[in-house]
Design a protein around this ligand. Structure first.
Ligand SMILES: Cc1cc2nc3c(=O)[nH]c(=O)nc-3n(C[C@H](O)[C@H](O)[C@H](O)COP(=O)(O)O)c2cc1C
Length: 221
């Protein structure tokens, strides 16, 4: 029994499974991590090859790392030890676009996770419309509510599998009219796609609003 706030609570005994990562293969650790770090947003990344082929692929290992200058990061793993087209293109051209799809686009997002050779454009395979960007030569997806024009800031390699954490500085935000006010995005209107473990997705559930606390104005970075 433990003393809570002015009352006694019964502390329930829970069985905990402890997992030591060292003996586990990368595949199992990947499963664990992608089931634990949920829900994840999806960066739907357009990049351009040296032959001018527009590549499109989803990356749910995605976050922002700095607010001023704005920087985002995606983690690109390897396929059978080889770098994925997105990583190759970004490191060569030093620019890319992160498009943010909404829940009506889940099927297309999922389909662009299929591996195609570098000369095949996923944008053409799916018949998706693209639009020119202002600062980078890579096009953005015309239909997505948000696109971020990015310049490569840094690419770091992590772990035994050679995952690359690619950080890009956002040089221009494209935001669909009516989706933001005073730089505040209306998340309910955005209807973002959430990735959970395996080939599973979720849409936004109930939004619970709380009072502001602490240093919410500056945040990280
Ligand atoms: C929703 C979704 C999220 C994904 N997230 C990642 C990720 O964070 N990192 C990664 O390396 N691959 C991820 N993948 C797999 C890549 O999208 C896939 O390997 C793709 O073929 C890479 O394309 P590319 O070779 O054209 O770059 C994801 C796939 C899906 C469907």
């Amino acid at each position: 029994m433990v003393r809570g706030r002015g009352c006694f609570q019964i502390r329930q005994m829970r069985t905990i499974v402890k997992i030591s990562p060292a003996p586990l293969p990368a595949q199992d650790l990947y499963k664990l991590l992608t089931g634990i770090v949920v829900p994840r947003p999806i960066a739907w990344v357009t990049s351009r090859s040296d032959k001018g082929v527009v590549n499109l692929a989803p990356f749910s290992c995605f976050t922002f790392v700095s607010s001023k200058p704005p920087m985002i990061g995606i983690n690109v793993g390897r396929r059978l030890g080889e770098r994925k087209d997105t990583a190759v293109n970004i490191e060569r051209a030093k620019e890319f676009v992160v498009n943010i799809g909404d829940e009506t686009m889940i099927e297309d997002i999922h389909r662009t996770g299929i591996a195609h050779p570098p000369h095949v454009s996923e944008v053409e395979v799916l018949g998706l419309e693209v639009a020119e960007c202002d600062y980078v030569k890579v096009p953005r997806l015309a239909a997505t509510p948000i696109s971020l024009e990015c310049r490569l800031h840094q690419s770091l390699s992590f772990g035994e599998t050679g995952s690359q954490f690619i950080v890009g500085e956002v040089v221009l935000f494209h935001i669909r009219d009516g989706l933001s006010q005073n730089c505040k995005i209306d998340t309910a209107k955005l209807r973002p796609v959430c990735r959970i473990g395996g080939p599973n997705y979720a849409s936004l559930g109930e939004i619970v609003s709380m009072q502001h606390v602490g240093d919410v104005r500056t945040g990280p970075g």
